[in-house]
Design a protein around this ligand. Structure first.
Ligand SMILES: [Zn+2]
Length: 120
């Protein structure tokens, strides 16, 4: 089940890229099978000065997911499985290695989370 951390996440989710919404639905079903919470914390948002490296959130092509109550195995499996499913077809191209990548587990300054992203 898709949940939202707050009203801003819920409201801005309506306008994210349709390819991203389809993939997010599959991600949420993966989490349902494991009985993991699937909480969207951020969708369309301004760039954060000094933290954001791209405008991908402002563009509606990325969302963030909380990993609260997930185990290390859950995190590793999610990154592996969802990248296998979606990176080649819709994943955004990494700034560092130029490879397409749908899921990035990272801490860009606001805590560790899953960043899901699609290309232009
Ligand atoms: Zn993000």
């Amino acid at each position: 089940m898709i949940e939202f951390k707050n009203d801003k996440a819920r409201e801005t989710y309506q306008n994210v890229d349709d390819r991203l919404k389809c993939a997010v639905y599959e991600c949420s079903k993966w989490c349902d099978k494991r009985k993991l919470p699937f909480v969207i914390t951020r969708c369309i948002d301004e760039m954060i000065p000094g933290v954001s490296k791209t405008n991908i959130h402002a563009d509606g092509r990325a969302i963030d997911i909380s990993v609260i109550h997930w185990t290390t195995d859950d995190i590793d499996d999610f990154v592996y499985d969802m990248n296998e499913l979606f990176s080649d077809s819709i994943g955004a191209y990494s700034l560092t290695d130029k490879k397409p990548r749908f899921v990035v587990y990272h801490n860009a300054g606001a805590g560790w989370h899953m960043h899901l992203q699609v290309r232009k």
